[in-house]
Ligand binder design. Structure first.
Ligand code: ATP
Length: 509
């Protein structure tokens, strides 16, 4: 895979990141011992901590301690945890059963399947030859193919377009991504991404149900329940974190696009007249939140959607803006991390029509002002967010034995402090054990006695532990320990008694 540059101009590839995740126990291919299953991933001992830390930070900043609104008062946002399987009528009303379709292309020769809006067609300006590649930067083997079949590997010799932008008469002339001859790609057809299952023992079509493709609908289904039980009134929000399932045509780029993933979504219900103001508010707020999780300005942009890529609900109103991240596989370009959409009154109106339940809000103090709230929805991927945090943290440093380290924000780091006796003798392990027993209740702490100290530092650099506490001969004499700082490798001595206070201050800084 082509090497990419991180912020500091140092190089790492997506393969390096995937290998680290496997080696150190962040993320594994699901069903690894059976050869995996495409589009599904398992989170290992460190990955689950990292994911939970990101999830908890979002929950804290959205639900437990929501942002301050334009009037200087904290916003009102309630949490929810709804069922993955709902009455299938809900998905008809939301438009997912009818409209949650991607244009899909089959290759008759390779039997592979692609999304037509992900196939970039390179058309040689001189000879008109057309080759299709999956979007993203071309790697070396693709450039070779371009040279062999297209006639040149100089990208300026080609015009590019998405397959969906081409005229159908041109399809037979395209060479598919995994074959050598033109004419094997079918016309794009709509493919529904909902995972279907059957509820109960009989498994007839009457028992068909769907795994939710987004967490948002569970919120709309409970809008009235929350309104009547929780002393809220518009503007207010309902938030949910949980699994979502989409039978993606081409799951790829590690956990970026998988078939089972997690979302962090909040629906903000407001008066239609205030929708524009809240859309702007949430765009700024969410952008700042990702920054507070350690993503840098250099790696993030806000991008308003073009009119023709808007979802079925966002064609009117103030559209959708994406927070995009510079992923290792899109650099120098960007790809979606979170979408902020003005869903208008679409979902509540649909559920009102299909269920017969009134969704109108009537303010008891101003009963003439009746409205179905408009919704601003910041919808983020939790698992995609984990990939952003991993990519941002990966820092190449040739001067270290590990050649790299993970520069996680301490709040997100799976392990906060490692306790390392210099040698496994002379009473050092006992001092280490005592310190470990007191610190483990306050923060995620590891005690690590095996191997030489260099190897242990290297492991903690690779898993992004911000602080390594070392017990050495001097500790036995004056009750001080060294603290090694992950990012600078600087060491300082602090007193053993002060370790907990010291770390608590640094971790909360
Ligand atoms: P895309 O255009 O990448 O398919 P989308 O616009 O369909 O994404 P939304 O429906 O807005 O995505 O979902 C909100 C968020 O959920 C996305 O910003 C992304 O972070 C995450 N997400 C969506 N699909 C996937 C997936 N297949 N795998 C992992 N995360 C996903």
């Amino acid at each position: 895979m082509k090497a990419v540059e991180n912020m500091d101009n140092q190089e790492f590839s997506m393969d390096d990141l995937v290998a680290l995740c496997k080696r150190r126990g962040f993320i594994f291919q699901a069903s690894d011992i059976y050869g995996g299953i495409n589009g599904f991933w398992d989170y290992g001992p460190l990955g689950v901590e990292l994911k939970n830390n990101l999830r908890d930070a979002w929950w804290r900043d959205m639900v437990l301690c929501p942002p301050i609104g334009p009037d200087g008062q904290p916003l009102d946002i309630k949490g929810l945890d709804t069922s993955i399987i709902q009455n299938p009528k809900a998905w008809v009303a939301s438009g997912h059963v009818g409209g949650f379709n991607d244009p899909m292309v089959d290759c008759k020769e390779s039997k592979l399947r692609y999304r037509a809006d992900h196939l970039v067609i390179y058309k040689n300006k001189e000879n008109g030859k057309m080759l299709a590649f999956l979007e993203g930067e071309l790697d070396n083997s693709q450039l070779k193919k371009l040279k062999k079949l297209g006639g040149s590997d100089n990208l300026s010799d080609y015009d590019t377009a998405l397959m969906t932008d081409l005229d159908a008469s041109e399809y037979p002339n395209i060479v598919g991504p995994d074959v050598k001859d033109a004419g094997s790609l079918t016309e794009p057809r709509a493919f529904n991404m909902m995972f279907k299952t059957y509820v109960g023992a009989t498994a007839t079509e009457d028992d068909a149900a769907y795994l939710r493709p987004e967490t948002a609908q569970g919120i709309f289904l409970n809008y009235r329940n929350v309104l009547s039980s929780s002393r809220v009134k518009p503007p207010f929000g309902i938030a949910q974190i949980g699994k979502a399932f989409r039978n993606e045509v081409t799951p790829r780029n590690f956990i970026f696009r998988s078939r089972e993933f997690e979302q962090m979504e909040m629906e903000w219900f407001c008066h239609p007249d205030e929708a524009k103001m809240w859309m702007d508010f949430w765009m700024t707020e969410r952008h700042n939140w990702w920054k507070s999780m350690g993503l840098s300005d250099a790696n993030m942009i806000l991008r308003p959607h073009d009119k023709d890529e808007l979802s079925h609900y966002a064609k009117e109103g103030y559209g959708t803006s994406d927070i995009e991240f510079k992923w290792p596989f899109t650099r120098p370009g960007y790809g979606e991390l979170e979408g902020i959409a003005h869903r208008c009154a679409f979902d509540l109106t649909q559920h009102q029509e299909h269920s017969g339940t009134k969704m109108e809000y009537v303010d008891p103090q101003a009963p003439d002002d009746r409205f179905i709230p408009h919704v601003i929805e910041p919808a983020a991927g939790l698992t995609r967010g984990v990939l952003a945090v991993l990519s941002e943290a990966y820092t190449v440093d040739e001067s270290r034995p590990s050649k790299m380290f993970m520069k996680f924000k301490p709040e997100l780091a799976p392990v906060k402090a490692a306790i390392l006796p210099l040698v496994a003798k002379d009473g050092m392990p006992e001092v280490a054990q005592k310190l470990y027993m007191s610190l483990r209740k306050k923060m995620v702490t590891e005690i690590d006695v095996k191997q030489n100290i260099g190897k242990r530092y290297a492991r903690h650099d690779e898993i992004g532990t911000p602080f390594c506490l070392t017990i050495d001969t001097q500790t036995l004499e004056d009750q001080t320990i060294t603290v090694r700082h992950r990012d600078t490798m600087e060491q300082e001595r602090i007193s053993l008694d002060n370790a907990e206070k010291y770390l608590t201050e640094k971790l909360n800084a």
